[in-house]
Design a protein. Sequence first.
Length: 355
Amino acid sequence: MGNEKIARVRARPVVVPMARPLRTASGAVADAPLVLFDLVTSGGVTGRSYIFAYDAALLPALVSVADGIAESLTGRSVAPARRMWELQDRFRLPGMQGLVGMVVSGIEMALWDALGHLTAKPVATLLGGEPVPLRAYDSYGMAEPGQELKDSVDAGFRGVKIKLGYPDARRDVEVVSRVREIIGPEVALMVDYNQSLTPQEARRRIDSLREFDLYWIEEPVPAEDLAGHAYVRRTTGAMIQTGENWWFPEGCRAAIAAGACDFAMFDLMKIGGFTGWTLAAGQAGAASLPVSSHLFVEASAHAMAVTPSPGWVEYLDLAGPVVREPCRPVDGHITPKGPGLGITWDEDAIERLSP
Ligand SMILES: [Mg+2]
């Protein structure tokens, strides 16, 4: 295993249908454009991962960036953190934020998956944890509140998240009131504004939702407006969640310094794979910020298993249509699967869904 080298990395685009179209206040996503990575080692083991392009128009560029980086990895060791540092140094001048960072993080995750297959262990175990069940919440887009939410609760979820930010603020109140009625008083209710409000409007809307015992208010204002997050937090007293758009551990550091939030949410594709996640998780733990995960449920479960102050795993199954055994919540919990990240492609589905 110590001599195992990277033989090749393949990046493939797919556009998969979403079980629940993701309507947010900042745009709708009906199909999930993904890039799938297959990292093959000299011994013939394959490491797999995927990233989320958000917009299908970005797929060709992401694949092209991946192909460009892949070439330089041939013959290098299967050492995720070392490869990550090298790539960070290499892209210092253009910068890592954006497509480059997404691709580098995807490759880093595939390296961990390969290591897991080489050692026949789940990544959670390789990172020093155990594949134990982790508390998850069911994640919804903007939709008419209905039976589905009741089904989530009946299935054992102790938390659900919905999107807000309707053009008419009164609609936010109606929706939250209806959802609270459906799920009852015991289930944690999170709401996500997807960066759609000004700090002043956020303050007004959050004040109107006070009676519904919201667990967290996510990204009320643009992600990069850390002072705005801090203002909303200070003036409303609401618990603020943010982080899915932090780039690398430096993004976490800046948010903590700004006092932007009560909860942190890491996205493996933007925080820098497992290498970035563990560094950011150390900072969040030291700042007493519980960390929840964003998307990538299969891989995120492994990262959450070694997070010192774990919050909730987001259950939102992006890759379900292209994997053989989709990640299934049991009694509202997700257990990391192995070996590696526990991802096996359904090649027929990939062929059918390639753009
Ligand atoms: Mg969000």
